[in-house]
Design a protein around this ligand. Structure first.
Ligand code: CP
Length: 312
């Protein structure tokens, strides 16, 4: 594996290997290593981010890498330099991997064949967000002990969600049942939804799923206001306290965040007992360590063999 572009490109065994490696790191919280000692990784966030940016930086530092943080506003991209020329520049200085967030769908796919350094997709437009998907999968697997057979409902702004873009590929590959629900105006294009993924009303989604994953309404990507008030959206498509009471026994709440409290989810549910939202955030670090280690060492580091790599 040279790059992590999307879940679409990964085979089931590759996903499972990354999850096993991430699980091993999750079992060793805070451990500092020298796997990438002296090697340079650049973070290029061309769109805002809190979780992904900081958890990549924590992961890079825990692996011992030198971390370069690129700031678009003070870089030569403001003078018209392309992302390709920026990457070639970094490459010429010995940077070995670039973590990229961009608003351009599939930019990384186009760049992958043109550069030597490893590319990691930290979210491209409305296309994919593979490391968020992997940390969601790790969270499910550590909680339920499995992914195959789980029923996962993803609810909300399906049209703009790159997290959904990755799960549309990953969950069916791993044997989970994926159902979708949201306002008609926020549906994913039919051709992007694999056969076997059903769209259902919100009550069915919430009442039948093992995992209820709520998505933020991405107002910044909507051209027109879709609901008169946040309260109207909350009542029609949100995880209200009343709907949460009708979740299956043992079901959990997830959300990739950032969260709009009181819009897609009642504020009291964010940190409720059945919520794994902050566990998802914790799992971002081990997942990103696993991705960086796999891409930059081919999974052959001395640490890999010393970690417990058996499937969990
Ligand atoms: N989940 C996620 O990608 O969050 P950020 O936009 O804060 O990175």
């Amino acid at each position: 594996m040279n790059h992590l572009i999307g879940m679409k490109e990964l085979e089931k065994p590759q996903i499972e290997a990354l999850l096993d490696r991430a699980n091993a790191w999750a079992e060793r919280p805070g451990e500092q290593t020298d796997i990438l000692n002296g090697r340079f990784v650049a973070n290029l966030f061309l769109e805002p981010s809190t979780r992904t940016r900081f958890s990549f930086e924590v992961a890079e530092k825990r692996l011992g890498a030198h971390v370069l943080n690129f700031t678009a506003e003070t870089s030569s991209t403001t003078k018209g330099e392309t992302v390709y020329d920026t990457l070639r520049t970094l490459e010429s200085m010995g940077v070995e991997a670039a973590v990229i967030r961009t608003k351009e769908n599939q930019l990384l796919q186009d760049l992958a064949g043109q550069v030597q350094l490893r590319l990691i997709n930290a979210g491209d437009g409305t296309n994919e967000h593979p490391t968020q998907c992997l940390l969601d999968l790790l969270t499910m697997k550590r909680y339920f002990g499995k992914i195959a057979g789980l029923k996962v409902a993803i609810i909300g702004d399906l049209r703009h969600s790159r997290v959904l873009g990755s799960h549309l590929h990953a969950l069916p590959k791993l044997g989970a049942e994926l159902i979708l629900s949201g306002p008609p105006s926020m549906m994913r294009a039919k051709e992007e939804v694999p056969a076997g993924v059903k769209t259902v009303d919100i009550e069915e989604a919430i009442e039948t799923a093992d995992v209820v994953m709520m998505l933020r309404v991405q107002l910044e990507r909507h051209e027109h206001a879709l609901f008169d008030t946040k309260e109207l959206y909350h009542q029609a498509y949100g995880l209200t306290l009343e709907r949460a009471q009708r979740m299956k026994k043992g079901a959990v709440i997830m959300h990739p965040a950032p969260i709009n409290r009181g819009v897609e989810i009642d504020t009291n549910l964010v940190e409720a007992e059945q919520s794994l939202i902050f566990t998802q955030m914790s799992n971002g670090v081990p997942v990103r360590m696993a991705v960086l280690e796999t891409l930059m060492t081919g999974g052959e580091s001395k640490w890999a063999s010393s970690l417990q790599m058996a499937s969990f």
